[in-house]
Design a protein around this ligand. Sequence first.
Ligand code: AVI
Length: 668
Amino acid sequence: MKSQALVHPKQGGWSRVEDDGYILHLDTPGDAALGFAASVMHGMDGYPRRLDPRWLYDGPGSDIYERITEQPEYYPMRTEDRLLAKNAGNIRDVVGDVAVVELGSGSSTKTRHILDAWTASGPTRYVPVDISSAAVGAACKQLAAAYPGLHIEGIASTYTRGVELVRDVGPRMVMFLGSTIGNLSPDETQGFLSMIADSLAPGDWFLLGVDLVKEVERLEAAYNDSAGYTAAFFHNLAARINSELGASIPTDAVRMVSYFNTDLSRVEMYLAFDRACELRVEPLKRTYRIAAGEMILAEISRKFHVEAVASNAARFDLSLEQRYVDEESPFAMLLFRRVASVPHPIPAEVRRLRQASTRLRELTTVLPGAAVDVDGCDFRALAASQERLLERIQSDPECWYDPPFQERPPPRPSRSPVGEMRYVPGGRSFMGADDGADFDGPRHPVELPAFCIGAAPVTNGEYLLFVLGGGYRDEALWSEEGLAALAAGLWVAPSHWVLRDGLWCARWFGRVVPLDPLRPVVMVSAWEAEAYARWVGKRLPSEAEWEKAAAWDAGIAMSRPWPWGDETAGPMTANLGLRVLEPTAVGSYPESRSFYGCHQMIGDVWEWTTSAADVYPGSGAPEKPGRILRGGSFATTTGVVSNTRREWADPSSRDRFSGFRLADCPAP
Ligand code: AVI
């Protein structure tokens, strides 16, 4: 097979090493310690608490895992090896002369059965992808020596980035072995299958190893071997947290507990704590209390039925073509083929209706009766004028408004981040975008000292204390310009707050409603935001700080377009596009936290920063007046806001859907 070397995308972060008989593509080295710290922080902030299993596999952890696979009780590895040895030739006959891409290749040991079958029929191409550059590098070296003539290109990166890089390799078979899919949650599995299906061309192949449901005794023995390697595997995670994150978990107080959860068809492996202790995540300056008896989920291993896997995969246009099953230790190798997507008439109709209603909601709800023609219009300008119009309606005490489309607010959060701060270590990051509006770019590096930033916007409840505590009367809290605006406007509270029977309420689109203490305060000027910040001994963030807290993923040394990652906002991620006609309670979108653990940076309320609306260096955009706001509000159209979107306004304005979050210098 004639094959060209993989080409790095322009916006890359990739480097390439050529050695004897192979090429290695290395992804941008991120800050591994910060990636680990952020992951532990997210897991400990969640409910129930859990740890991401990928951190089990450091050097010592991978060695222990190798030992686990050799234990008599641990059948999956041996069984899969047996299946591959027996069926690799048949798999090759079925799929033909295709390149082999392996996700999570590790040492590529079992893959040798596949490579034997492939190389027996002529030259071929093998692309192992693994997050560990050491593992993939070593595997490439060994394979290059064992299979002269094999075109080997290793990729040291995540599955997602690796799959992107091999997009043009075709035809191909992607392999995901070892039943590693069982370590993913159902949601993660959907995301994974969708990514695989999306990356394959119709006609390409996907070979998946899955462990099947079997007797509980057998399962529980495999995940609690008598020699104690599984227990050691989880102890190593606790030790790793201690050594790399500056924690001091008493490792003698930690046990591994594992059992088969029949309801969820998965083995659950926990770190169980025999006595109370603390877990400190030093790089992010967070401390968690762990109770005596608490169990923290550290890994799951799901067990499957072939039919269920096949029907799930079929939803992603992956059709099961061959199954190779070991009956002795039920385990299956499933060979899927990517088929062309067939449009289903009814869902397509539903999809169109949904799109139409979203568009209607976003474009016409504020203009009752008016036809909006978007053709040829600047969508961003149109979206902005829609939001301005809504702000004017809300600011007019006589104006009543009730939109035709409304979603329920998300469920009240089980844990609210009110008043919490998040630590962001100093260092270099990037801000701005090259592909957005002129004023939002160009992307450029920034060097910031460490800072702390609010985990959530300041709430009505917090702001009410400031109002009741005399914040509007204490001149020392206000800047000179703020004081002038305060005196001229006779401000005593946010502009839409009204007193009813001695209680502060809000006038919201024409109705007077009680103040919800958990919702972000809104319609405040930059001067009020600053006075509040001074009152609590803090300050507002600069826009560079805001963007770093929202976008920067230090684990991979890259900016993400949205705080939660690469997917545009949906109903589970942010309150945008009038989904809910007011800001939602802080903590309502726990899965959308940024890398540094900040909630609701996109949607709900625009956030004031300390930065003037200057253009970025190298930008051709004209200067703008006023102060920078970031993040968008509940009324901002979904498609026009991201981590890099810059909005500007007069700092005195109290008629914008603007709130704020605090910032602070870290304690020495
Ligand atoms: C990597 N993975 C497939 C193993 C499994 O069987 O779920 C991880 C493992 N954890 C403890 N023992 C094995």
